[in-house]
Design a protein around this ligand. Structure first.
Ligand code: NAD
Ligand code: AKB
Length: 318
């Protein structure tokens, strides 16, 4: 039977791309977006919804006879440090509201993303293992790690089919990020294409795990399709693609844009970035559900520049 899907946070960086990816991969699925923001374009229903309101959420699920929820609403790392109580409340209440709907059998399957932010200064910097010291130093990271534990608890206690990934920093050309520490890795491309210098809020040698959006979307949907008997964790799977520093990314961009200029003015986000590992070991995801990234740093940079150039050209021509 075709899925009936609710994406909460549908107007954000991932949600606005995931809607199209689902339409392509599961064409028969019924799709409903939900967000506090207004709907952007898209051939699906939309509900203006505050996911913290459990009754309104349940009403929406019943109205559309939803069986699958992707919960993407959250405050990210940098915003979370500025608004810690709001971040904790939103990130936890939204998850518990959705988990309770699955416990009570209103929905069958949940996707909820975790992050590399679950790791902290004591985690090994290179190839951070699936199971390791997780003592995050941000409110966002604390909420993600607590969320992972809640997911496992609801699965063990009530059999809830909840699945999760520890996304690295995500880079795409169709949507812009908001409030994260890895946002610079998207913003830099807009400046490069506009022929303007880029002021980077991280130091040149700050290496972080990153992933191109098409890989992240595919990982998400492959995990949701995976045979549940093969899943060996109901916390979140590490997934990796490549790592780079701002200087390494700028060097790649300069191959196409030799006049591109970058200056470094590290701010409060530097400490957050420094608390995260430089690379991730994703061997469990590779073993359990055959995860394999397609994009390298080089390929991602080429496609990002090509796609953003096309937009500039079509705007200029129009
Ligand atoms: P985003 O901030 O771009 O989008 C979040 C969306 O949720 C926004 O459209 C916002 O309006 C909406 N929202 C906020 N509060 C809401 C509420 N109370 N009710 C309904 N909607 C609400 O975030 P994103 O980058 O798309 O991230 C989505 C998820 O993926 C988050 O859980 C985030 O922690 C996780 N994640 C993202 C990245 C990344 O690089 N983008 C990396 C790791 C994990
Ligand atoms: C952030 O920087 O906060 C996010 C993340 C890695 O979770 N992009």
């Amino acid at each position: 039977m075709a899925r009936r899907i609710l994406i909460i946070g549908s107007e954000g960086q991932i949600g606005s791309e995931l809607m199209w990816a689902i339409k392509k991969r599961w064409p028969d699925a019924l799709l409903v977006g939900a967000d506090l923001k207004q709907k952007q374009a898209g051939p699906w229903s939309f509900e203006h919804l505050d996911v913290r309101q459990a009754d309104a959420l349940q009403e929406c699920v019943l109205k559309h006879r939803i069986d699958t929820v992707f919960l993407l609403a959250a405050l990210l790392s940098a915003t979370g440090e500025a608004r810690p109580e709001e971040a904790w409340k939103l990130n936890m209440e939204s998850l518990l509201n959705v988990l309770n709907l699955a416990r009570d059998k209103y929905v069958r399957q949940i996707f909820w993303p975790s992050s590399i932010a679950v790791f902290g200064p004591e985690t090994p910097k290179q190839l951070a293992p699936q199971v390791t010291v997780c003592a995050p130093s941000t409110v966002y990271g604390i909420s993600k790690y607590a969320g992972e534990l809640w997911c496992r608890w609801y699965h063990e206690k009530y059999g809830v089919d909840v699945r999760s990934l520890r996304y690295p920093g995500l880079i795409g050309y169709n949507s812009k990020p908001g409030g994260g520490t890895t946002d610079y890795a998207v913003d830099i491309f807009y400046k490069a294409v506009a022929g303007e210098p880029f002021e980077c809020f991280l130091a040149p040698d700050t290496r972080l795990p990153m992933m191109f959006m098409p890989d992240a979307l595919r990982a998400t949907l492959e995990l949701m399709e995976a045979d549940e008997n093969r899943l060996t964790t109901r916390m979140a799977y590490n997934v990796a693609a490549f790592s780079f520093s701002p200087a390494e990314l700028a060097a790649q961009i300069k191959l196409y844009k030799p006049n591109f200029q970058i200056v470094y003015k590290p701010d409060h986000r530097q400490a957050i970035a420094q608390s995260w590992p430089e690379s991730i070991d994703d061997s469990l995801a590779r073993r359990d559900w055959s995860w394999c990234p397609e994009y390298t740093l080089e390929k991602m940079v080429r496609v990002m520049l090509q796609e953003l150039e096309k937009r500039v050209t079509s705007v200029t021509a129009g």
